[in-house]
Design a protein around this ligand. Sequence first.
Ligand code: MG
Length: 201
Amino acid sequence: MKIICIGRNYAEHAKEMKAELPSEPVFFMKPETALLKETDFYLPDFTNDLHHEIELVLKICKAGKHIEEQFAHKYYDQIGLGIDFTARDIQTECKLKGLPWEKAKSFDNSAPIGKFENKTKFILNNINFSLTINGEQKQLGNSSDLIFSFDQIISFVSKFVSLKVGDLIYTGTPSGVGPVKIGDKLEGFINGVSYLTLSIK
Ligand code: MG
């Protein structure tokens, strides 16, 4: 399986990153070794500025390529919550040098994932989600604020990369990203229900 991540998909986050609003979806990938299903995360020693990015995650249920937007909804059946951990100091260095972001984004355990629910449980264009650290709310988003919808993302990405059953799509983070430190307890919520917990070790 592979993990596809969408960048700059919420206007307020693009603004906080001092990035332009994208005219088409921006995507990158994380390998399977990035996936973390445990609740302990060990802070890597190669960064001094590891940022949380809470994101709604789609689980692909049907293989496809060149998927038309009108049929894209048939290609994912579950929605969950994940964190796109980003070594912001390394990413900034990569951006300045015009280099790819993998070193900052694709390292082992950089994609914690919580539980999934069948998508029929949600109103897809009105999903509230949030992240707290030590009980304090740090990020709050709603799928209605996506620049590119779930279906637009699937259609666009599948022009370039075939989707397979079990692939995950991290759909972008709202504003409020920031650093984590050892001892922090992160908790992610969808519509007020806890979907993910993580202890930074
Ligand atoms: Mg992200």
